[in-house]
Design a protein around this ligand. Structure first.
Ligand code: ADP
Ligand code: NA
Length: 329
């Protein structure tokens, strides 16, 4: 049987956090055996808000090294940088011409991000059509993402249905993708403000743990994470958002279920719980960081990205040409 296809990406706007890892990147690794996977470093998405060119270049390479260090295997999956495949921008134009401004203005990510900017680029509004293009170009059946991307996936499905019915003459021109959102950890919260999602672009570095934070920094950030005064370790996201978030993180890093953890920590204080959690995160991230630093300046990384772009261009151009023929180019 032919393997189903997966596409996903992460923006090289900053070093990914454990939120990105738990919500998305951890699953990228696990999906490789059962699916035909394409993983992109979406640097074109990263220029929708003001960015520093030198940093963007550096973070693009850094994210590529991190992908491999996490366990993405170039022999199993296609790993590439978005701007090295021109079809993304070309297909995004076709998508833009087939979605309404109203649809884009309703996107909550656009509303959130545009409020934070002094001047809003047109690209911030048309970010979702580029994401739609990313997904459809690789005929993705499923897209592993965190919950914050659910609305963009719905737009993708609306576009695919619309494009197929407008231009397909009864044929399924583009593949209708499903979101693949984890049951737990789809929305990891900030460490100091556990009512907002953890984000790698947060100005307060105590709100998140980056995948490249040093072990002592990781332990310190967990130690100072906001909890509550009850002293009881139980899962209740409404009444106990801080502790519940730490349980979610603990569960993701050890593959122990939350009820199991709650039982294990019955009668144990927050201090011990946080020490153990810090250790659990370090145990996973330390070996990843070692691989990352070994890869970062290697020729091997360049070769992987060159090969990935070659493979991606072949698939993407084929779909782009199909879209172009359908609309009359
Ligand atoms: P960010 O929002 O941190 O800038 P991206 O937009 O690059 O991250 O998203 C990369 C992936 O990580 C997406 O699949 C997104 O849904 C997921 N993600 C982002 N933040 C979180 C979070 N706090 N919890 C779970 N998943 C998240
Ligand atoms: Na995001």
């Amino acid at each position: 049987m032919k393997k189903k296809k997966i596409f996903s990406g992460v923006q090289p706007s900053a070093i990914p956090t454990i939120g990105n890892y738990i919500g998305a990147m951890k699953h990228f690794v696990d999906l490789q055996d059962d699916y035909d996977c394409t993983y992109c470093i979406v640097n074109q998405h990263a220029i929708t808000v003001p960015q520093d060119p030198k940093k963007l270049k550096q973070q693009t390479r850094s994210l590529a090294a991190l992908y491999i260090a996490l366990g993405l295997d170039p022999n199993k999956s296609t790993i590439f940088v978005q701007s090295e495949v021109p079809a993304h921008a070309q297909a995004a134009w076709i998508v833009q011409c087939n979605v309404g401004i109203g649809e884009l203005e309703r996107m909550t990510q656009y509303k959130d991000k545009s409020q934070k900017q002094e001047s809003v680029s047109a690209g911030l509004l048309t970010y979702p059509p580029l994401m739609v293009a990313d997904i459809v170009l690789y005929n993705a059946d499923a897209v592993p993402v965190g919950e914050d991307q659910k609305q963009h996936l719905e737009l993708t499905r609306d576009f695919v249905n619309r494009f197929n019915s407008r231009y397909g003459n009864g044929n399924q021109l583009l593949v209708l993708p499903e979101p693949l959102i984890p049951k737990e950890g789809a929305r990891v919260m900030s460490l100091q403000t556990p009512t907002k999602k953890m984000s790698k672009s947060d100005k307060n570095i105590k709100e998140y743990i980056s995948l490249l934070d040093e072990p002592k920094v990781i332990r310190k950030k967990i130690k100072s994470a906001v909890t509550d005064s009850s002293g009881v370790i139980s899962y209740d996201p409404i009444e106990k958002p801080g502790v519940s978030n730490l349980l979610t993180i603990y569960s993701a890093f050890t593959n122990q279920s939350i009820p199991e953890l709650v039982k294990q920590y019955d009668g144990v204080g927050y201090g011990q719980f946080k020490t153990d959690l810090g250790d659990a995160i370090v145990a996973v991230l330390e070996p990843i960081q070692e691989k990352y630093y070994a890869l970062l300046d290697s020729d091997e990384l360049d070769a992987i990205l060159d090969e990935g772009a070659k493979k991606a261009n072949l698939v993407a151009n084929k779909t782009l040409h199909k879209m172009e023929r359908a609309i009359g180019f």
